[in-house]
Design a protein. Structure first.
Length: 411
């Protein structure tokens, strides 16, 4: 059984760009790491059919990819196919193609399962994207084999339980195969996509994106990114690699529509989110489709009211497990919630008892609807469950009153 992916009270993300780098930034374009993205696609995610680079051991890669093929086969049969069938007649036809997934570290895969027509996806978690340049330097056979073995161990939960644990996310905050970058490229590959661009960015104060140039990235090479919460872990990556933008499309089809995925390293507690550049960035997106799962029940908490209010004010449809919006909050904001599977109690003991009881009563009040796959945490008794939060249907206008029958004229 997987362990929870924890999110805690935030600190603001900051980039310390030197004056020398800033003076040349306006003359430079954003640095695109597409060559590194393609290397991760081929070697780590086992996408495409190109031979691996000559400086990396082909037999090690072949063995790794044989294992990955088995995992892809499993996840497609046990998650992608039943979920696609399940959501097909439940998603409204006019949903926004912009998706926001708070507490969504490493899980681009589920965003694509839930919203296959998405064109703009934002995931947010405590984890940094990671340095894309180290894989190419793993010229020693044992070094590459160990790194790929560690990656397979870490990604096992994502490709079997459709979710990742805090422990696995922490392990890949260091090393040559960083967790967020590799998990997101793996999720993309599992769905049959290929990378088109990989850039890194920070936010301006007004929430607009600033893409990092080569000189800015060089200036930050020796400034390591710090953990976003004290109980988390420091990385050994540069601050330049905190936030990533991965653009991809269906493999082998140059005319296929582009999908832009941004992963943001941020703590979503109120102290760091309210009034932040991240909040302004999200607000600029307008109406969105939303999702969350395995989110440690943090959206229930008053310490995370900012991200909860953002969702309630901007989402038009949301899929979650019980770690989503509390029933009373959803009802107050004009939403209804439809339940699937079984929920007998929270997976984690630290879940707020009052909201836990609301969830138990919500599931008990509705007909039992089947759920043929796991979506986030199981409940306290290992049952799978899911809920859809949608606007309350508008009341049909009352039929007009019939006109009064005219009185017959007096004789």
């Amino acid at each position: 059984m997987d362990k929870p992916r924890l999110m805690f009270v935030p600190v603001a993300l900051a980039f310390a760009l030197t004056a020398a780098a800033s003076s040349t930034a306006s003359a430079e374009e954003a640095k695109d790491f597409i060559s590194d993205a393609k290397l991760f696609y081929r070697v780590v995610a086992c996408g495409g059919t190109e031979p691996p680079p000559a400086n990396l051991d082909a037999k090690v890669i072949e063995k790794h990819c044989a294992e990955m093929a088995k995992r892809y086969e499993y996840i497609r049969g046990h998650y992608f196919e039943p979920a696609a069938k399940f959501f097909a007649d439940k998603r409204p036809a006019d949903l926004p193609t912009t998706v926001v997934y708070p507490f969504g570290g490493g899980d681009l895969m589920s965003a694509l399962v839930t919203y296959p027509d998405a064109r703009d996806i934002t995931t947010i978690s405590l984890e940094h994207a990671g340095d894309p340049t180290r894989l190419a330097t793993m010229t020693k056979k044992t070094q590459l084999a160990t790194a790929l073995q560690n990656y397979r161990a870490a990604v096992a939960g994502l490709l079997s339980l459709h979710d990742s644990t805090s422990e696995n996310m922490r392990k890949l905050e260091v090393g040559g195969i960083p967790g967020q970058l590799s998990f997101h490229i793996t999720g993309m590959t599992a769905h049959g996509y290929e990378p088109v661009s990989l850039k890194f960015f920070t936010f301006n104060e007004d929430g607009t994106i600033h893409y990092l140039t080569a000189s800015e990235i060089d200036a930050l090479q020796h400034k390591k990114a710090k953990k976003i919460r004290n109980s988390w872990v420091d990385t050994d990556f540069s601050e330049a690699y905190n936030n990533m933008e991965l653009t991809f499309r269906k493999a082998g089809d140059p005319k296929a529509p582009l999908i832009v995925h941004r992963h943001v390293a941020w703590n979503l507690g109120d102290n760091g989110f309210k009034g932040s550049p991240l909040e302004k960035y999200l607000q600029s997106k307008g109406k969105i489709a939303a999702m969350t799962k395995a989110a440690s029940y943090l959206i229930w908490s008053s310490a995370f009211s900012g991200i909860r209010d953002y969702l309630l004010n901007n989402m038009v449809w949301m899929v979650s497990d019980a770690t989503g919006i509390a029933p009373k909050a959803a009802k107050k904001a004009g939403f209804t919630q439809t339940t699937y599977g079984t929920f007998s109690g929270a997976f984690l003991e630290e879940a707020i008892p009052e909201v836990n009881q609301q969830m138990i009563e919500l599931w008990a009040s509705q007909p039992k609807r089947k759920l043929p796959f796991r979506y986030g945490y199981p409940d306290s008794e290992k049952h799978v469950h899911l809920m859809i939060t949608a606007p309350k249907p508008a009341k049909a206008p009352a039929p007009p009153k019939p006109a009064p029958t005219p009185k017959a004229p007096a004789k």
